[in-house]
Design a protein around this ligand. Structure first.
Ligand code: SAM
Length: 256
């Protein structure tokens, strides 16, 4: 899968593709990437990429001509072309899965007040927001999108890890622990060291239900949840629900 990122600041994005798991995915040929500097397509003397907004208002807008040429060269709109923008469709795991199972992606990073609407009308196939807040530019949003998508490609990380993550089952992920079993007087829940796989699975599902109820209750109304969720939900409510971070921890033998 190839990601083509159009940006005024390729150096912000470059390091991301050259480290860690992404670096390995690129070396293995699972992922390809191209960073396009939009300014290279601005043909005036000063390589100008922004201008004032018609109708007035604060801030500048990215000019259509350089972006249009850069997108034409990248293969848009025949190839799926995402503009990351706070006024787009809200990004989620389902969308990441949809992108991962499709073809190559071109991603446009905005700056200033964003990009000229005529580019959106003619070159963009998807407007995607990574959340209900405004970033100063699109590079971080583009990296969020790429990161959520590329790790779903076969061979990047194990399928088992993906199956147990938040959202994969429709719930948030349960809490996890590693060695040592007792750290600073805090003990890992006994069930997790018991070796009883059925009880471990039940504990995890119940913890997922409790955490989802506390942080994302709307997810519990989905109809694709595991069958035992309803009865575990009743247990969770009867027992007082989720322990927020910084409040009492049931695994702790002496609270600080
Ligand atoms: N004037 C725009 C608005 O109110 O919707 C905000 C522009 S923002 C300062 C500059 C650029 O950052 C945008 O063009 C977009 O590419 C990126 N950006 C900011 N917030 C984002 C978000 N929540 N999701 C995706 N991209 C975002």
């Amino acid at each position: 899968m190839k990601f083509t990122i159009l940006t005024l600041f390729p150096e912000i994005v470059k390091a991301y593709f050259e480290a860690s798991v992404m670096k390995k995915a690129v070396a293995a040929g699972i992922i390809e990437y191209e960073l396009v500097n939009i300014r290279d397509y601005a043909h005036d003397r000063h390589h100008k990429c922004d201008d004032e907004v018609f109708g007035g208002g604060a801030g500048m807008l990215m000019k259509p001509e350089p972006l249009d040429r850069a997108l034409e060269a990248a293969g848009s709109p025949a190839q799926r072309t995402v503009y990351v923008t706070p006024s787009g469709r809200l990004f989620n795991q389902k969308m990441a899965e949809e992108f991962a199972s499709g073809g190559n992606l071109i991603i446009v990073c905005g700056r200033y007040e964003g990009i000229d609407q005529r580019i959106i009308d003619t070159r963009i196939t998807d407007e995607v927001s990574i959340g209900d807040y405004v970033l100063s530019s699109g590079e971080v949003a583009a990296m969020v999108l790429v990161d959520a998508v590329y790790r779903l490609k076969p061979g990047v990380i194990s399928g088992e890890s993906l199956e147990e993550e938040s959202f994969a089952s429709g719930l948030l992920e349960y809490p996890q622990y590693t060695r040592p079993a007792v750290y600073d007087t805090m003990r890992v829940p006994d069930v997790l060291t018991s070796g009883n796989h059925a009880q471990i699975a039940r504990w995890r599902l119940k913890a997922s239900v409790a955490k989802t109820l506390a942080y994302r209750p709307e997810l519990l109304s989905k109809d694709n949840l595991p069958g035992e969720v309803d009865s575990l939900l009743r247990e969770v409510i009867d027992e007082g629900g989720w322990h927020e971070p910084g409040t009492s921890d049931p695994g702790r033998t002496d609270q600080k």
